[in-house]
Design a protein around this ligand. Structure first.
Ligand code: HMG
Length: 396
Protein backbone atom coordinates (compact mmCIF):
# COMPACT_ATOMS: atom_id res chain seq x y z
CA UNK A 1 0.00 0.00 0.00
CA UNK A 2 1.29 3.46 -0.87
CA UNK A 3 0.50 6.17 1.65
CA UNK A 4 1.19 9.89 1.66
CA UNK A 5 -0.21 13.30 0.84
CA UNK A 6 -3.41 13.45 -1.20
CA UNK A 7 -3.90 17.20 -0.92
CA UNK A 8 -2.46 20.24 0.76
CA UNK A 9 -3.90 23.57 1.89
CA UNK A 10 -2.12 26.73 3.03
CA UNK A 11 -3.35 29.77 4.97
CA UNK A 12 -1.36 32.90 5.74
CA UNK A 13 -2.45 36.23 7.26
CA UNK A 14 -3.76 38.90 4.89
CA UNK A 15 -1.15 41.36 6.18
CA UNK A 16 2.64 41.39 6.36
CA UNK A 17 5.64 43.52 7.32
CA UNK A 18 8.37 44.34 4.83
CA UNK A 19 11.67 43.29 6.47
CA UNK A 20 13.55 46.22 4.95
CA UNK A 21 11.09 48.59 6.73
CA UNK A 22 11.55 46.71 10.01
CA UNK A 23 15.35 46.90 9.68
CA UNK A 24 15.26 50.65 9.15
CA UNK A 25 12.95 51.11 12.16
CA UNK A 26 15.39 49.11 14.30
CA UNK A 27 18.46 50.97 13.03
CA UNK A 28 19.80 47.87 11.27
CA UNK A 29 21.10 47.68 7.69
CA UNK A 30 18.24 46.18 5.57
CA UNK A 31 20.81 43.80 4.04
CA UNK A 32 21.12 42.04 7.39
CA UNK A 33 17.50 40.87 7.39
CA UNK A 34 16.94 40.49 3.64
CA UNK A 35 20.28 38.92 2.63
CA UNK A 36 21.79 37.99 6.01
CA UNK A 37 18.69 36.11 7.18
CA UNK A 38 17.15 35.53 3.75
CA UNK A 39 13.67 36.87 4.58
CA UNK A 40 11.85 39.54 2.56
CA UNK A 41 8.48 39.72 4.32
CA UNK A 42 6.91 38.22 7.43
CA UNK A 43 3.22 37.47 7.86
CA UNK A 44 1.62 39.36 10.77
CA UNK A 45 -1.95 38.42 11.67
CA UNK A 46 -4.54 41.03 12.65
CA UNK A 47 -6.62 40.59 15.80
CA UNK A 48 -9.35 38.50 14.13
CA UNK A 49 -6.82 35.78 13.21
CA UNK A 50 -5.38 33.11 15.52
CA UNK A 51 -3.98 29.60 15.38
CA UNK A 52 -7.51 28.20 15.05
CA UNK A 53 -8.62 30.40 12.15
CA UNK A 54 -5.39 29.76 10.23
CA UNK A 55 -5.75 26.01 10.80
CA UNK A 56 -9.41 25.98 9.72
CA UNK A 57 -8.70 28.00 6.57
CA UNK A 58 -5.82 25.73 5.53
CA UNK A 59 -7.86 22.59 6.30
CA UNK A 60 -10.79 23.82 4.24
CA UNK A 61 -8.47 24.43 1.27
CA UNK A 62 -7.05 20.90 1.53
CA UNK A 63 -10.52 19.31 1.70
CA UNK A 64 -11.85 21.39 -1.20
CA UNK A 65 -8.80 20.70 -3.31
CA UNK A 66 -9.36 16.92 -2.95
CA UNK A 67 -13.19 17.27 -3.11
CA UNK A 68 -13.19 15.38 0.17
CA UNK A 69 -16.30 15.27 2.34
CA UNK A 70 -15.87 16.09 6.06
CA UNK A 71 -17.36 12.64 6.78
CA UNK A 72 -14.34 10.96 5.12
CA UNK A 73 -12.01 12.23 7.88
CA UNK A 74 -11.38 9.67 10.63
CA UNK A 75 -8.43 11.40 12.28
CA UNK A 76 -7.71 15.10 12.77
CA UNK A 77 -4.50 16.18 14.50
CA UNK A 78 -3.32 19.77 14.82
CA UNK A 79 0.39 20.23 15.49
CA UNK A 80 1.04 23.57 17.16
CA UNK A 81 3.20 25.28 19.75
CA UNK A 82 0.96 28.36 19.91
CA UNK A 83 -2.33 26.84 20.99
CA UNK A 84 -5.17 28.97 22.32
CA UNK A 85 -6.11 26.98 25.43
CA UNK A 86 -4.30 24.90 28.06
CA UNK A 87 -6.87 22.13 27.79
CA UNK A 88 -9.15 22.30 24.76
CA UNK A 89 -7.19 21.41 21.62
CA UNK A 90 -7.12 23.61 18.52
CA UNK A 91 -8.31 20.47 16.71
CA UNK A 92 -11.68 20.63 18.50
CA UNK A 93 -12.34 24.14 17.25
CA UNK A 94 -11.32 23.07 13.75
CA UNK A 95 -13.64 20.06 13.94
CA UNK A 96 -16.52 22.40 14.79
CA UNK A 97 -15.70 25.00 12.14
CA UNK A 98 -15.35 22.39 9.39
CA UNK A 99 -18.29 20.26 10.52
CA UNK A 100 -16.26 17.05 10.80
CA UNK A 101 -17.97 13.85 11.89
CA UNK A 102 -18.31 12.97 15.58
CA UNK A 103 -16.71 9.62 14.64
CA UNK A 104 -13.37 11.33 14.16
CA UNK A 105 -10.44 10.97 16.59
CA UNK A 106 -9.08 14.45 17.28
CA UNK A 107 -6.24 15.86 19.33
CA UNK A 108 -3.30 18.25 19.37
CA UNK A 109 0.43 17.52 19.34
CA UNK A 110 3.26 19.68 20.65
CA UNK A 111 6.96 19.49 20.11
CA UNK A 112 8.05 22.98 19.00
CA UNK A 113 8.31 22.99 15.18
CA UNK A 114 8.40 19.17 15.06
CA UNK A 115 4.82 18.80 16.40
CA UNK A 116 3.28 18.63 12.91
CA UNK A 117 5.74 16.00 11.73
CA UNK A 118 5.02 13.88 14.82
CA UNK A 119 1.34 14.04 13.87
CA UNK A 120 2.04 13.27 10.21
CA UNK A 121 4.17 10.21 10.98
CA UNK A 122 1.49 8.90 13.32
CA UNK A 123 -1.18 9.42 10.64
CA UNK A 124 0.91 7.61 8.01
CA UNK A 125 1.18 4.60 10.34
CA UNK A 126 -2.56 4.79 11.11
CA UNK A 127 -3.32 4.45 7.40
CA UNK A 128 -0.62 1.81 6.78
CA UNK A 129 -1.82 -0.33 9.69
CA UNK A 130 -5.32 -0.62 8.23
CA UNK A 131 -6.91 1.16 11.21
CA UNK A 132 -8.12 3.93 8.90
CA UNK A 133 -10.51 1.50 7.14
CA UNK A 134 -10.68 3.66 4.03
CA UNK A 135 -10.97 6.97 5.87
CA UNK A 136 -8.42 9.77 5.65
CA UNK A 137 -6.38 11.76 8.16
CA UNK A 138 -6.26 15.53 8.23
CA UNK A 139 -3.01 16.86 9.70
CA UNK A 140 -2.77 20.59 10.27
CA UNK A 141 0.33 22.52 11.30
CA UNK A 142 -0.65 25.98 12.54
CA UNK A 143 1.31 28.64 14.42
CA UNK A 144 1.95 32.29 15.02
CA UNK A 145 5.68 32.80 15.65
CA UNK A 146 6.29 35.61 18.07
CA UNK A 147 9.49 37.02 19.60
CA UNK A 148 9.92 40.22 21.60
CA UNK A 149 9.91 43.54 19.74
CA UNK A 150 13.52 44.68 19.24
CA UNK A 151 15.06 41.24 19.96
CA UNK A 152 17.31 39.41 17.43
CA UNK A 153 14.45 36.96 16.87
CA UNK A 154 12.00 39.70 15.83
CA UNK A 155 12.80 39.52 12.08
CA UNK A 156 12.26 35.74 12.16
CA UNK A 157 8.56 35.89 13.10
CA UNK A 158 5.74 34.81 10.80
CA UNK A 159 2.35 33.12 10.86
CA UNK A 160 0.51 30.50 8.86
CA UNK A 161 -0.89 27.02 8.60
CA UNK A 162 -0.44 24.06 6.29
CA UNK A 163 -3.01 21.27 6.17
CA UNK A 164 -2.33 17.85 4.67
CA UNK A 165 -4.80 15.18 3.69
CA UNK A 166 -3.12 11.81 4.35
CA UNK A 167 -4.49 8.69 2.70
CA UNK A 168 -3.86 5.61 0.60
CA UNK A 169 -4.56 7.77 -2.49
CA UNK A 170 -1.41 9.89 -2.22
CA UNK A 171 -1.85 11.83 -5.45
CA UNK A 172 0.69 14.52 -4.44
CA UNK A 173 3.57 12.78 -2.64
CA UNK A 174 4.07 9.15 -1.56
CA UNK A 175 5.94 9.17 1.75
CA UNK A 176 8.30 6.21 1.83
CA UNK A 177 7.60 3.69 4.59
CA UNK A 178 10.65 2.92 6.73
CA UNK A 179 12.80 5.58 5.09
CA UNK A 180 13.11 7.91 8.03
CA UNK A 181 15.86 8.86 10.46
CA UNK A 182 15.20 10.46 13.85
CA UNK A 183 17.50 12.43 16.16
CA UNK A 184 16.37 13.80 19.52
CA UNK A 185 18.25 15.44 22.38
CA UNK A 186 17.29 17.44 25.47
CA UNK A 187 18.65 20.92 24.72
CA UNK A 188 17.64 24.43 25.82
CA UNK A 189 17.89 26.26 22.50
CA UNK A 190 14.39 27.74 22.17
CA UNK A 191 11.43 27.65 24.54
CA UNK A 192 8.37 29.59 25.65
CA UNK A 193 7.64 29.60 29.39
CA UNK A 194 3.97 29.22 30.38
CA UNK A 195 3.85 32.86 31.51
CA UNK A 196 5.08 34.31 28.20
CA UNK A 197 3.50 35.00 24.82
CA UNK A 198 6.97 35.62 23.34
CA UNK A 199 9.37 32.76 22.58
CA UNK A 200 12.82 32.89 24.22
CA UNK A 201 15.82 31.67 22.31
CA UNK A 202 19.56 31.19 22.58
CA UNK A 203 19.83 32.18 18.92
CA UNK A 204 23.31 31.11 17.81
CA UNK A 205 23.17 27.98 19.96
CA UNK A 206 19.83 27.09 18.34
CA UNK A 207 21.51 27.19 14.92
CA UNK A 208 24.16 24.73 16.16
CA UNK A 209 21.48 22.46 17.70
CA UNK A 210 19.62 22.45 14.36
CA UNK A 211 22.80 21.47 12.48
CA UNK A 212 23.70 18.74 15.00
CA UNK A 213 20.18 17.33 14.67
CA UNK A 214 20.38 17.45 10.88
CA UNK A 215 23.60 15.44 10.97
CA UNK A 216 22.14 12.86 13.37
CA UNK A 217 18.86 12.47 11.47
CA UNK A 218 20.57 12.31 8.06
CA UNK A 219 22.93 9.56 9.24
CA UNK A 220 19.99 7.65 10.73
CA UNK A 221 18.09 8.02 7.44
CA UNK A 222 21.01 6.58 5.49
CA UNK A 223 21.13 3.56 7.81
CA UNK A 224 17.36 3.05 7.56
CA UNK A 225 17.33 3.40 3.77
CA UNK A 226 20.18 0.88 3.59
CA UNK A 227 21.52 2.30 0.34
CA UNK A 228 24.68 4.14 1.47
CA UNK A 229 27.79 3.83 -0.65
CA UNK A 230 27.93 4.31 -4.38
CA UNK A 231 29.34 7.12 -6.46
CA UNK A 232 28.96 10.84 -5.76
CA UNK A 233 27.23 12.78 -3.01
CA UNK A 234 24.52 10.80 -1.23
CA UNK A 235 22.15 13.78 -1.42
CA UNK A 236 22.29 13.73 -5.23
CA UNK A 237 19.80 10.86 -4.91
CA UNK A 238 17.24 13.56 -4.18
CA UNK A 239 15.83 15.87 -6.86
CA UNK A 240 15.23 18.45 -4.12
CA UNK A 241 15.88 18.93 -0.41
CA UNK A 242 13.33 20.65 1.78
CA UNK A 243 14.60 21.85 5.17
CA UNK A 244 12.76 23.36 8.12
CA UNK A 245 12.93 27.10 7.40
CA UNK A 246 13.03 29.39 10.45
CA UNK A 247 14.58 31.85 7.97
CA UNK A 248 16.03 31.24 4.50
CA UNK A 249 19.68 31.50 5.54
CA UNK A 250 19.17 28.57 7.94
CA UNK A 251 18.32 26.35 4.96
CA UNK A 252 21.51 27.51 3.28
CA UNK A 253 23.55 26.66 6.38
CA UNK A 254 21.77 23.30 6.62
CA UNK A 255 22.47 22.46 3.01
CA UNK A 256 26.12 23.47 3.30
CA UNK A 257 26.46 21.18 6.33
CA UNK A 258 24.71 18.25 4.68
CA UNK A 259 26.80 18.50 1.51
CA UNK A 260 29.97 18.73 3.61
CA UNK A 261 28.91 15.51 5.34
CA UNK A 262 28.55 14.06 1.83
CA UNK A 263 32.18 14.97 1.17
CA UNK A 264 31.30 17.71 -1.33
CA UNK A 265 34.22 20.16 -1.59
CA UNK A 266 31.94 22.87 -3.07
CA UNK A 267 28.91 22.48 -0.77
CA UNK A 268 27.12 25.68 -1.90
CA UNK A 269 27.21 24.88 -5.62
CA UNK A 270 24.10 22.68 -5.51
CA UNK A 271 22.02 25.06 -3.36
CA UNK A 272 19.96 26.78 -6.07
CA UNK A 273 19.26 23.48 -7.85
CA UNK A 274 18.33 21.42 -4.80
CA UNK A 275 16.92 23.98 -2.36
CA UNK A 276 16.16 27.31 -4.07
CA UNK A 277 12.54 26.65 -5.14
CA UNK A 278 11.50 25.56 -1.67
CA UNK A 279 12.35 29.01 -0.30
CA UNK A 280 10.21 31.17 -2.60
CA UNK A 281 7.17 31.20 -0.30
CA UNK A 282 8.90 30.93 3.10
CA UNK A 283 10.95 34.04 2.26
CA UNK A 284 7.67 35.96 1.97
CA UNK A 285 5.94 34.53 5.04
CA UNK A 286 8.67 33.99 7.66
CA UNK A 287 8.81 31.23 10.24
CA UNK A 288 5.48 29.49 10.70
CA UNK A 289 7.00 26.95 13.14
CA UNK A 290 5.22 23.57 12.66
CA UNK A 291 4.20 24.39 9.10
CA UNK A 292 7.51 25.84 7.90
CA UNK A 293 8.90 22.73 6.21
CA UNK A 294 5.52 21.95 4.66
CA UNK A 295 5.20 25.50 3.32
CA UNK A 296 8.64 24.93 1.78
CA UNK A 297 7.35 21.69 0.21
CA UNK A 298 4.33 23.55 -1.21
CA UNK A 299 6.72 26.21 -2.51
CA UNK A 300 8.83 23.57 -4.26
CA UNK A 301 5.81 21.90 -5.88
CA UNK A 302 4.35 25.24 -6.91
CA UNK A 303 7.45 26.95 -8.27
CA UNK A 304 9.95 24.33 -9.51
CA UNK A 305 10.08 24.66 -13.32
CA UNK A 306 11.28 21.09 -13.92
CA UNK A 307 8.99 18.05 -13.90
CA UNK A 308 9.51 16.31 -10.55
CA UNK A 309 7.22 13.37 -11.34
CA UNK A 310 8.64 10.13 -9.96
CA UNK A 311 11.52 11.99 -8.31
CA UNK A 312 12.55 11.68 -4.66
CA UNK A 313 12.48 14.66 -2.31
CA UNK A 314 14.34 14.71 1.04
CA UNK A 315 12.52 16.35 3.95
CA UNK A 316 14.13 17.60 7.16
CA UNK A 317 11.92 18.62 10.07
CA UNK A 318 13.45 20.20 13.19
CA UNK A 319 11.77 21.13 16.46
CA UNK A 320 13.73 22.85 19.19
CA UNK A 321 14.12 21.15 22.49
CA UNK A 322 14.74 18.93 20.40
CA UNK A 323 13.49 16.33 17.93
CA UNK A 324 14.29 16.09 14.25
CA UNK A 325 13.45 13.74 11.42
CA UNK A 326 14.84 13.26 7.93
CA UNK A 327 12.43 11.38 5.65
CA UNK A 328 11.62 11.18 1.98
CA UNK A 329 8.81 11.16 -0.51
CA UNK A 330 8.25 10.61 -4.21
CA UNK A 331 6.37 13.26 -6.21
CA UNK A 332 3.35 11.94 -8.11
CA UNK A 333 2.15 12.66 -11.63
CA UNK A 334 0.12 15.90 -11.76
CA UNK A 335 1.11 16.97 -8.24
CA UNK A 336 2.81 20.17 -9.36
CA UNK A 337 -0.19 21.25 -11.47
CA UNK A 338 -2.56 20.61 -8.55
CA UNK A 339 -0.48 22.66 -6.11
CA UNK A 340 -0.04 25.46 -8.68
CA UNK A 341 -3.83 25.52 -9.12
CA UNK A 342 -4.17 26.55 -5.46
CA UNK A 343 -2.89 29.99 -6.54
CA UNK A 344 -0.71 30.38 -3.46
CA UNK A 345 1.73 32.83 -4.99
CA UNK A 346 -1.12 35.08 -6.16
CA UNK A 347 -2.60 34.96 -2.65
CA UNK A 348 0.74 36.10 -1.21
CA UNK A 349 0.89 38.95 -3.72
CA UNK A 350 -2.61 40.18 -2.69
CA UNK A 351 -1.67 40.73 0.99
CA UNK A 352 -1.52 44.24 2.46
CA UNK A 353 1.69 45.73 3.91
CA UNK A 354 1.55 47.08 7.47
CA UNK A 355 3.57 50.13 8.42
CA UNK A 356 5.86 49.58 11.41
CA UNK A 357 3.63 51.63 13.78
CA UNK A 358 0.61 49.55 12.61
CA UNK A 359 2.58 46.33 13.21
CA UNK A 360 3.61 47.46 16.70
CA UNK A 361 -0.03 48.33 17.52
CA UNK A 362 -1.12 44.87 16.36
CA UNK A 363 1.57 43.21 18.48
CA UNK A 364 0.40 45.14 21.56
CA UNK A 365 -3.26 44.31 20.86
CA UNK A 366 -2.45 40.60 20.40
CA UNK A 367 -1.13 40.41 23.97
CA UNK A 368 -4.70 40.76 25.28
CA UNK A 369 -6.56 38.82 22.59
CA UNK A 370 -7.44 35.95 24.92
CA UNK A 371 -9.53 38.29 27.07
CA UNK A 372 -10.94 40.54 24.34
CA UNK A 373 -14.78 40.75 24.62
CA UNK A 374 -16.45 39.28 21.53
CA UNK A 375 -17.52 41.92 19.04
CA UNK A 376 -21.25 41.98 18.38
CA UNK A 377 -20.86 42.48 14.64
CA UNK A 378 -21.06 39.14 12.89
CA UNK A 379 -18.06 38.40 10.67
CA UNK A 380 -17.63 35.46 8.36
CA UNK A 381 -14.97 33.13 6.99
CA UNK A 382 -13.38 31.62 10.09
CA UNK A 383 -12.54 34.77 12.06
CA UNK A 384 -11.81 35.11 15.78
CA UNK A 385 -14.32 37.50 17.37
CA UNK A 386 -13.20 37.51 21.01
CA UNK A 387 -14.47 35.76 24.13
CA UNK A 388 -17.82 35.58 25.89
CA UNK A 389 -18.08 33.93 29.34
CA UNK A 390 -14.40 32.93 28.90
CA UNK A 391 -15.27 31.01 25.71
CA UNK A 392 -13.67 31.82 22.37
CA UNK A 393 -16.15 32.81 19.67
CA UNK A 394 -15.47 32.25 15.97
CA UNK A 395 -17.35 33.53 12.94
CA UNK A 396 -18.00 30.80 10.41
P1 HMG B 1 21.67 38.03 15.02
O1 HMG B 1 22.60 37.39 15.98
O2 HMG B 1 21.18 39.39 15.34
O3 HMG B 1 22.29 38.06 13.57
O4 HMG B 1 20.38 37.13 14.82
P2 HMG B 1 23.78 37.70 13.09
O5 HMG B 1 24.71 38.70 13.65
O6 HMG B 1 24.07 36.25 13.31
O7 HMG B 1 23.60 38.00 11.55
C1 HMG B 1 22.77 37.20 10.76
C2 HMG B 1 23.41 37.05 9.38
O8 HMG B 1 23.34 38.31 8.71
C3 HMG B 1 24.89 36.68 9.44
O9 HMG B 1 25.11 35.78 8.36
C4 HMG B 1 25.58 38.01 9.16
O10 HMG B 1 26.87 37.85 8.57
C5 HMG B 1 24.62 38.63 8.18
P3 HMG B 1 25.82 34.34 8.65
O11 HMG B 1 27.14 34.66 9.27
O12 HMG B 1 24.91 33.64 9.64
O13 HMG B 1 25.89 33.70 7.33
N1 HMG B 1 24.69 40.09 8.06
C6 HMG B 1 24.52 40.76 6.91
N2 HMG B 1 24.32 40.31 5.65
C7 HMG B 1 24.18 41.27 4.65
N3 HMG B 1 24.25 42.61 4.90
C8 HMG B 1 24.47 43.08 6.14
C9 HMG B 1 24.61 42.13 7.22
N4 HMG B 1 24.81 42.24 8.55
C10 HMG B 1 24.87 40.99 9.06
N5 HMG B 1 24.50 44.38 6.37
C11 HMG B 1 19.58 34.84 14.88
C12 HMG B 1 20.36 35.91 14.10
C13 HMG B 1 19.30 33.66 13.98
C14 HMG B 1 20.39 34.43 16.10
C15 HMG B 1 18.24 35.49 15.36
O14 HMG B 1 17.50 35.94 14.27
C16 HMG B 1 17.40 34.54 16.17
O15 HMG B 1 17.62 34.33 17.36
N6 HMG B 1 16.36 33.93 15.54
C17 HMG B 1 15.46 32.97 16.22
C18 HMG B 1 16.11 31.61 16.40
C19 HMG B 1 16.16 30.77 15.15
O16 HMG B 1 15.44 31.01 14.19
N7 HMG B 1 17.00 29.71 15.17
C20 HMG B 1 17.11 28.80 14.04
C21 HMG B 1 17.46 27.38 14.46
S1 HMG B 1 16.34 26.76 15.71
C22 HMG B 1 14.89 26.39 14.81
O17 HMG B 1 14.88 26.40 13.62
C23 HMG B 1 13.66 26.09 15.62
C24 HMG B 1 12.62 27.20 15.62
O18 HMG B 1 11.94 27.23 14.38
C25 HMG B 1 11.66 27.02 16.79
C26 HMG B 1 10.91 25.71 16.93
O19 HMG B 1 11.41 24.62 16.74
O20 HMG B 1 9.75 25.81 17.36
C27 HMG B 1 13.26 28.57 15.81
Amino acid sequence: MQVGLEAIGVAVPDTYVELADLAMARGVAPGKYVDGLGVTRMGVPLVDEDTVTLAARAARMALESARCSPDDIGLLVVGTETAVDHSKPVASYVQGLLGLSTRCRIFETKHACYGGTAALQMALDWVRSGSAKGRKALIVCSDIARYGVGTPGEPTQGAGAVAMLVSDHPSLVVLEAGKTGVYSKDVMDFWRPLYSKDALVDGHYSVQCYLDALEGAYRAYQEAAGDAGGEGAYSDRFAALVYHVPYGKMSRKAHRHLRTLDGDAAPDASFDRLVGHSLVMPSQVGNIYTGSMYLALASLLSSAPEDLTGKRVGLFSYGSGSCAEFFSGVVQDGAQARVKALGLEAKLARRRALSIPEYEDVMRAREHLDERPAADAAGSGFRYQGTRDHKRIYAT
